[in-house]
Design a protein around this ligand. Structure first.
Ligand SMILES: [Fe+2]
Length: 369
């Protein structure tokens, strides 16, 4: 009998730095695209599928006193792998629900406290790369781009004695279902969205240059169209920019989701202008993006960089507009799985569907490096 382990338990083990071997048995290309931090890969999938002993598992040499957690796409082949490993004397668990379930795993990283006492916590959906933020000043808190169950944010705020007063999205997301509206309802906070023509639910519209006060902190909206037309970035106290999917640490937002070629071109051009505005900021400004394209490590290190560092890591930012637009529209990376359904649900602003996991499965694909 193979024991299973759920996502929350494995997430806790990794957060605690517990000695565990995470062994991924999916085909190598799947592992290369998206994996659990610190996981190792064994090319066993096709043998397991054919109900054969997998040589790749027989050859493994792991410490016998350290548990192994086997992982596959949905938690089926990992059970077969676990059986073969258990027969070799290992203590093995199979991750229930596999990488699909892991999509909801998360961890946090706290930024150094700002001079005026403002605190920022980055909440990372490690299995998907979505980054959201909890910002607090004098006990008043705000959440940007909630992508996890609202109780995650409510609990983080409650533990610190903070009251969530505002929940904002940077844009209408295509890769995950926004939990912002739900979080605002549960916490009694105001739900803000960049003013747009697409959302049919009610929200407090954010217009360019609008300011929101949070304790002694000030958040200023900056219109940064391009990735989507309504995209906004939010500048905290003139020094920290929550850049959504406009600017990442070494990539820019893709302009082609839900767009035909001509519109993608217009959006790429708008993105160029938006980025030019950001590039006028102090090079020491901290960029806090909406996504990362790598699985987020359980290391407590915030995913952030100074504007100068981002500029050095993103050659596209130095291109003239024509080259920038041509370059961005020449690449059309694979679209996020189910993005049309996700966009429709985010636009409708009605409740969340029961089967979130299947809908959101897969890597993030909002950036172009
Ligand atoms: Fe996006």
């Amino acid at each position: 009998m193979i024991q299973t382990i759920d996502v929350t338990t494995l997430q806790t083990w990794l957060s605690q730095g517990r000695a565990v071997t995470v062994l991924d048995v999916r085909p190598e290309a799947d592992w290369q695209e998206w994996q659990i931090p610190q996981s190792v890969h064994a090319e066993a999938y096709y043998d397991l599928k054919a109900s054969q002993l997998a040589p790749a598992l027989q050859q493994l040499k792991f410490p016998l006193d350290q548990p192994i957690v086997t992982v596959c796409g949905m938690g089926k082949m990992s059970l077969v792998a676990a059986e073969q490993l258990q027969a070799q004397g290992y203590q093995v668990y199979s991750l229930a629900g596999g990488m699909q379930a892991w999509s909801l795993a998360w961890n946090i990283a706290q930024l150094p406290t700002l001079a005026n006492g403002t605190e920022i916590i980055q909440i990372r959906r490690t299995g998907k790369g979505c980054l959201s933020y909890l910002i607090a000043s004098q006990g008043q808190a705000m959440v940007i781009d909630a992508s996890l169950d609202p109780t995650v944010y409510l609990q983080l705020a409650q533990e610190r004695g903070w009251q969530i007063q505002a929940v904002l999205d940077t844009h209408i997301h295509a890769d995950h279902l926004s939990r912002s509206r739900q979080l605002a309802e549960l916490s009694g906070a105001t739900f803000y969205l960049p003013a747009n023509q697409r959302s049919s639910g009610t929200y407090q519209p954010i217009s360019a240059n609008m300011q929101i006060q949070l304790g002694v902190a000030t958040i200023q909206a900056l219109a940064t169209p391009g990735h989507t037309w309504e995209s906004m970035s939010y500048l905290l106290d003139g020094s920290h920019l929550f850049s959504g999917d406009t600017l990442f640490l070494a990539a820019v937002g893709r302009p082609d989701l839900e767009a035909q070629a001509a519109e993608a071109q217009q959006r790429a051009s708008a993105l160029y202008q938006s980025l030019q505005t950001i590039l006028t900021f102090d090079p020491a400004s901290i960029i806090l993006p909406g996504h990362t394209s790598k699985p987020v490590a359980f290391d407590g290190q915030p995913i952030m960089a100074s504007l100068a560092e981002v500029q050095a890591a993103t050659p596209r930012l130095a291109q003239p507009e024509t080259e920038f637009v041509a370059g961005l529209t020449a690449v059309r990376p694979a679209t996020p799985p189910n993005h049309q359904t996700i966009v429709q649900l985010n636009q409708a602003g009605a409740g969340l569907p029961a089967d979130l996991i299947t809908l959101e499965a897969g890597a993030n694909r909002c950036a172009i490096a």
